[in-house]
Design a protein around this ligand. Sequence first.
Ligand code: ATP
Length: 918
Amino acid sequence: MNVDVVGRIRPARRPEQGHSLLTSAEGKTIYTALGGGASCRFQEVFDQNASTQKVFSRTVEPLLNVFTEGMNACVVVFGETDSGKSYTLIGEKNDRLAIIPLAIDYIFGAPYLQNLQATAMWSLTISMYEIYAEVLKDLLDSSGMDPANLKIACNAQDGTFIKGLNRVAVSSAADATSTFRQGWARRTGASTDFGPAASHATVVTQLDLLVQDGNEMHPTKSSLQIIDLPGAEKLADDKNTSHFQESPLLNKSLHVFAQVVSDLAGTPYPDRVINYSESKLTQLTQEAFGGNCKTRVICCLPPKPETNRLAAVLRTCSTLSQVKNFPVLNDYFVESLVTQYRARILALQHQSFQEMGTKGDGEKVNLLRDQIRRLNNENVQLRDRNERLYTKLGDLQGKMGQMAGSKTDLSSKLVFSEEEKLKISKDLIDLQIQTNKIREQYEAENFELKSKILFLENRIMELELQKDKCTHEYRTAKDCLRVVEKNRKELADEYIVLKTNYMTLSKQHENEVAKNDELSLELLNLANSKKSLTRKQDEYAKSRAIYDEATTELNRVKDLVARLSCQKMKPEEVFVPESDRGTFERNLLGNQDQIKEQIEVMKQNYEKQQNAMEERIVKMGKELQEAKRGIRNTQHKLAEQTVALLGSQSQLKEVETENSQLQLHLKELNEEYRMRLVRYIEDVTDYVDNTVKSGNDNTKPPAADHPYLKRFVDSMLKDIRSAYRSREEQLATAARNYKKRMQNVFKKHEHLLIAYRMQREQILSLGTKDLDPGPSEITFAITDSELLSKQSQELNRLREDKAHLEAKLQDLQEKVRLGRISAPVIFSSLPETDGKDANESWSELRRQLREFTFTTQEDLERERAQLISRVTVAEEQLAELQEYVDKHLGRYKQEITRLRKLVGTEIPRAFSADALHR
Ligand SMILES: Nc1ncnc2c1ncn2[C@@H]1O[C@H](COP(=O)(O)OP(=O)(O)OP(=O)(O)O)[C@@H](O)[C@H]1O
């Protein structure tokens, strides 16, 4: 691979303005004179306006890429004094826009080194030396010793090198730049009789890179040499005469360099033998010119050079562009081979020197001939080997040529690919974010689906429970209906009995009324007879007075007669005989006895009736006593029942307390579950973190592939499932027990209510005012709608209606009772009232009773119809519910199966919907 040579023209100063170098049309060839003279075709020529940055990126940057990848590289700055060499290399006043600072910055940010695996290591050392008048000076020696005492040595391992040269390890671009600037400042700065020392000195800055890839056994070494050559104007001087003017050592490096370059350009083949040993510069840079190195020369040109000098510079540049180098990747095998050859050459050299020292001249010649022969043979063998290597090298060179050709494209492509890479990495990050989002969404959806499934399962369970409850309630309602029907029948029977009683009473009442009429008539007769008797009595009294008057008259007459009988006539004889008198008396007072007899009979009848009444009252009093006793017993029983009811209510409260305790326990369990879950997750995180940490040192495989994590997670899930299953079973058992107890309490409550109702009805049937039957059963009914089913609520509503009806019935019965009581009152008031009015009020009462009977019957019939319609509606609702449950049960089951398939995992049944929601 030829050495690349590029030209850079310094901007013109005032005296130089208006002059320009002669260049070809394409701008790459520079001539000393039109139509003849020296010329050089540069790979690229940077004009006066080109910045150092541009020179760097077009010339040095590709070299730095191969350097960081493991090849030796070299940048040579060549040109006459004041052409801008130092400006190009280090700039002005610590300017960073110069090749060396830019190169250091680039190396530390080089893509290859940046893209190395985290396990790879790389290090960079910097060394600087100056060759001035064939004296080597270590520019990085800060020990205070004489730095210009360095010797060149050679060994198989390192080839030619400077013994004791300082190599400073640098860890950052700033570190490297400051080290370089310190070294640069130590250059020989004195001005000599032959001009400034810098014009005759060569400064070599060498950067050695060592890359140890984690996947490779041996490290890769590569070196970058940046050579600032002495002013090239001396090449224009005559070599044979110049040493009379200057010290011969002063320009030796430059002249030997030009000679070596010329030799190299003349023999482009690999079997050339070049004498590098004439100067220290050529010895130390033999790899850069004709060796294992990729070299680029920047030829700095002033805008107005002297023709001779320009010609010498152009000639040297032209020769340099013909020099062939053989750069290879410094892998372990290449290095080993080179070391082997170096060792062999060194051994031969040693041997020949020894032999030359011991033998005589003739023998020495023979020996030398033999040695030459041997060397020739060896040379042939080496050539064979070399040819093979060269064929390989040719391929490599071809590839390198292609690479060089496509280098610019590659660099632009590299930039483009970098941009693409950035874009792709951005897209990748976006994709990762999107993937994470999708994963989160998936997990959320999965969770939602799981909770939905559990919710549906719970719903099914609830529906099944509701169905059972409905069936149970339907049966209870049927039983209730039966009871209500029975009650209705009983009421109807009672009503019939009442009606018959009423009829009987009406008949009795009519009989009584008839009797009353008769008695009234009789009483009227009696009153009439009494009147007539009174009249008779008055008449009798009058007749008595007449009698008395008559008696007095009679007695007067008798006296008169007696007085007169003295004449022999008795008074009795004067009047009518005694029988006539009896008949007369009988005729006068005969009715009075009859009346007395009748009165006596009536008195006897009254007495009999009074006795019978008294007996009846006594009998009723006894019955009343018995009834009171019975009522007292009933009241006692009622009190017992109330106590039991209160007991059951307190039991209900206890059960409620127990329920709240259970709920509390459930909460505690949930809390414990959450804690355990958190602990598990922490364990998993720790475990994953530890695995990731251990995975970083490449000793363990990644955690995702490790079966232990899966086992760990599986066991964890198994634990959670089993714990939850057992807890759910416990809770289900507790809930079942609670439900049973609730049902028992409800049953007891219902029994108590029924017993209470029967007792109350018994008391009510007695119809006594003294005994309080207590409040309606609805007062003791459970009103909490949460605890009641629909049927129970309906039952309670019916109970309320019944209580209302009972109250109404009681009012009416009261009215009837009042009506019954008012009858004797009316009867007793009959003598004072008119007979016609009494009849009217009775007919009014009868009408009211009839109306009440009809309305009660109608109410009862309506109630019955309502009850039947309600039961029918309840049956229809139950049937609908049954149908709905049957229909949706199948659908829910199908849905669950589908969701299970979709989720792909078995949903732990142990998780309650509540826990999942939480
Ligand atoms: N491309 C450039 N742009 C601006 N100024 C430049 C450029 N090249 C060189 N110069 C200027 O030219 C002068 C000489 O440059 P420089 O010292 O680098 O030359 P030189 O070849 O290194 O000389 P010497 O061999 O004596 O060191 C400096 O003042 C420098 O600033």
